[in-house]
Design a protein around this ligand. Structure first.
Ligand code: ATP
Length: 208
């Protein structure tokens, strides 16, 4: 029988080493067969004025996934358009892969707002949540939140990997002002950003 399949959604604007490291840790600690990287069309939870067009975010995810056979890029939310609600994605994958055990990978910022997600209880009835802490200062809060979900009968696993404070926001800023530290992006992704002039602050973004 086929193994566990993970959903890893995000704006990936752009995809960075923190994302790949999280997916690898989830694979190792949760025994995952595959991780689906699913770039959102419109994220429901945040304002994204500098969201790069979806074809660029998708292309960067594909470049970052190269050389990681367990990573697969899925454009289902981009094809679906509209607001990208996770419950719709979970239901779609449930239809596509019936009987398959699903895991949902999130960082702690997403975990701590989980009860605000659309039909969050239904999501948790269908998946095992797998979360990683992004900032040492909120470790206890994250553990308490996870235990509360478990206390309500849901499955929630916290990964043991130490926090890495790295975000797409920092990367976009670093590119715009020329201070991007080395090693935050996959080399191919960094070259793609340069080639297409993304995140320079000179308004190529804006259309999806
Ligand atoms: P932005 O800075 O634009 O808000 P981001 O870096 O948070 O972006 P997203 O694409 O929004 O990246 O993140 C997708 C998922 O990956 C989310 O669940 C987020 O919490 C998680 N994530 C992102 N960066 C990290 C990190 N450094 N450590 C752990 N999880 C992360």
């Amino acid at each position: 029988m086929s193994g566990r399949l993970a959903i890893f959604g995000g704006t990936f604007n752009p995809i960075h080493k923190g994302h790949i490291r999280l997916a690898q840790a989830a694979r190792d600690e949760m025994g995952l067969e595959r991780v689906l990287l699913i770039p959102t069309w419109t994220p429901p939870h945040k304002e994204s004025p500098d969201l790069a067009p979806s074809q660029h975010r998708l292309a960067m995810c594909r470049l970052a996934a190269e050389g990681h056979p367990f990573l697969e890029v899925d454009d289902l939310e981009i094809r679906r358009r509209g607001r990208s609600y996770t419950i719709d994605t979970v239901e779609e994958l449930g239809r596509r892969e019936p009987g398959r055990e699903l895991v949902l990978i999130v960082g702690s910022d997403m975990l701590l707002t989980f009860h605000q997600w659309r039909r969050w209880r239904e999501i948790l009835e269908r998946v095992t949540l797998c979360a990683a802490c992004r900032e040492p200062a909120i470790q206890q809060q994250v553990e308490d939140y996870a235990r509360r979900l478990e206390g309500e009968g849901y499955r929630c696993r916290l990964l043991t990997l130490p926090p890495l404070q790295l975000s797409s926001t920092q990367i976009r800023r670093g590119i715009a002002d020329g201070t991007l530290p080395p090693g935050w992006l996959d080399d191919k992704v960094e070259a793609y950003i340069r080639e297409h002039g993304l995140y320079t602050g000179k308004k190529e973004e804006g259309k999806r």
